[in-house]
Design a protein around this ligand. Sequence first.
Ligand SMILES: *[C@@H]1O[C@H](CO)[C@@H](O)[C@H](O)[C@H]1NC(C)=O
Ligand SMILES: *[C@@H]1O[C@H](CO)[C@@H](O)[C@H](O)[C@H]1NC(C)=O
Length: 397
Amino acid sequence: MRSIFKVVIYVIFPLILSCFYRYVTYVQSIDPFASFDRAPFNITDISRLIHSNEAKTQVVLITGASSGLGKSSVKFLAQGFAQGLNDESTSELNIIMACRNMKKCENVRKEILSEVTPFAQDNMHRFMNTLKLLPMKLDLEKSTSIKMFVEELETSLETMGDTKVNVLMNNAGVMGISHQIVEETNTEIQMHVNHLGHFRLTSYLIKKQLFHSKHARVVNVSSLAAILPQFLQLEDINFEHGYLAKIKEYLPTLASIIYYGASKRANLYFTHSLHEKYSIQGIESVAAHPGYSRTSIMFTGWSWAPQFIKEVMAQNTIASMHSDDGALMQLRAALDLDTVKSGDYIVPMWFTAGRAVNVGKVFGKDSMYIHHFVKSLDWEWKRAEDLWSWSKIKIVQ
Ligand SMILES: *[C@@H]1O[C@H](CO)[C@@H](O)[C@H](O)[C@H]1NC(C)=O
Ligand SMILES: *[C@@H]1O[C@H](CO)[C@@H](O)[C@H](O)[C@H]1NC(C)=O
């Protein structure tokens, strides 16, 4: 017993401390926002970045905009826009709120507008004319819905004066729903919606040339759950063989969590591939993960969990963040053109919570985030490539 204690004190503890130290010094060396001398990325930065953007008419498209991180993102963008308005401002901001439930979407739109309008103070008239929140119907589970959405979007962009999408925030996600194979792609539902749905949407926008030609950015919202690359097996995407099949049979709840992680790992691969393939064409690709944010997904998703567990999850404020704070990662990924580049990954400094920091490339020899401990292996790059081909085949099926 005593010797175990000694091992912990003299070996494991110092090891953890030194890893931590290396991580902090690394992040601080590559990212000004990681420094404690500076305020975290905040609403002031959001406001500054929106109003300093070269594109005078900006279009930001957010999937899953009616709750959680999507809703918080819309709110921050609108508030930042309102706060930065003055007599000289010429920017226009169009936020397209893509939602599954239009009624909810419309209510959220009203709620946000009433919340942020006071920030426009003396510039009310300008505010009313230059900020638009547009709810649009999108169900990522259905290819027909995605197709219709993109066609409607094309028309809307034309009426906005022939503008293009500057930011696509692939935010929507389902989590923890019980096992189900979606016929359309013959894929488990979380993978089908979170990965293939966004893949289809993004590919379609690229094909229709709806991204801004000079500056466009795609932000993928990944998750802490993406930590284990082993769970994303293209050869066995629905866990029909080996130990994953056993887990599915005996521990379906755990299987559901693993599926979710796999779909979020796919988001990281997707970011990497999109960066590799399209950054030359001006479509940048940045990934973000919100750490442990207290959002409604924890209540709607985990149908199996007893109420008290959900309460504890939602009340735990030590390791978690308010969903507004969680949204800062994806907002920085979307807006920060100065210190965030295509292929980068924005995460909370302390893994589950903390300031939005840039840990460098999603996959790369020099990246050093906890998610990256297994990253710079060549097979991960190859797997990203394989996932791309696999997804392409899936979406034409
Ligand atoms: C946000 O950060 C800036 C520094 O960039 C700081 O001056 C400001 O006080 C911060 N604002 C809030 C609301 O924390
Ligand atoms: C986002 O995720 C989708 C689906 O996983 C992927 O196809 C796309 O390349 C990703 N884009 C970025 C910027 O991460």
